[in-house]
Design a protein around this ligand. Structure first.
Ligand SMILES: [Zn+2]
Ligand SMILES: [Zn+2]
Length: 225
């Protein structure tokens, strides 16, 4: 038996035994699903839609995917292949918190950039090799517990902003491990679904403090006469 077939068989056993643990996302019938097969060419099977959790679970058991994806967008016809025929109805608000973007001090101990030309190594991503002036580098990066803790901390900060400043109920905040380097926060609140690009940008500007004039909040210095 080939390795790939063996792993697929193990996944099949797992799905058969644990199907009960599979949860459906809210309004599942309006979402597009995608499945990655256990094949050498990992081409995702897309544009699938399901009316019920039972249908989805049966499909997973027979298809035996290595990965399953669902759209954060809701469509009138999620099973259609062309985007225009799907008819967009709205989308969850999703935040992606990734350790790669957090400059933790431990990165210096576990990340290395190597010049493929002269073999010189760097602890921070260089723009050019000072020895041979190459601009392309081989990257060896890693994620440690401290990196993940930093991402967890940012996730908790974001949740408190969403709850306290935006009044979003904790039952509509769904946090998941992204599978590798961080966390996704999904807001499945129905009132947020219809938000367009502008409204989503306003929320992101508010959270990142874009356009905030910090001087407004600083105590004014008094001039001595
Ligand atoms: Zn070099
Ligand atoms: Zn680290």
């Amino acid at each position: 038996m080939e390795t790939l077939d063996f792993i697929r068989e193990k996944f099949r056993e797992y799905y058969l035994k644990n199907a009960i643990k599979i949860n459906a996302p809210s309004s599942m019938e309006k979402r597009e699903f995608g499945f990655v097969p256990f094949k050498k060419e990992k081409v995702m099977v897309r544009h699938r839609s399901f009316e019920s959790l039972g249908q989805l679970v049966n499909f997973i058991k027979s298809f035996v995917p290595s990965d399953v994806y669902y759209s954060s967008a809701y469509y009138k016809n999620p099973g259609e292949e062309k985007m225009v025929s799907k008819e967009w109805l709205g989308a969850d608000l999703v935040f992606d918190i990734d350790c790669d973007h957090i400059q933790t001090p431990c990165k210096k101990t576990h990340d290395t950039w190597i010049c493929p030309n002269c073999g010189k190594t760097f602890v921070e991503k260089p723009t050019q090799c000072p020895t041979c002036h190459t601009e392309k580098f081989e990257e060896e990066t890693w994620i440690c517990e401290k990196c993940l803790d930093a991402a967890k901390n940012e996730t908790l900060k974001l949740i408190s902003i969403l709850e306290e400043d935006f009044g979003i109920s904790s039952k509509n905040i769904n946090v998941v491990f992204s599978g590798h380097r961080g966390y996704h926060i999904h807001l499945e609140d129905e009132t947020l679904r219809s938000f367009g690009v502008d409204e989503r940008k306003e929320i992101s500007d508010y959270i990142t403090g874009l356009g905030l004039n910090i001087r407004t909040y600083q105590p004014k210095k008094r001039h001595k006469d």
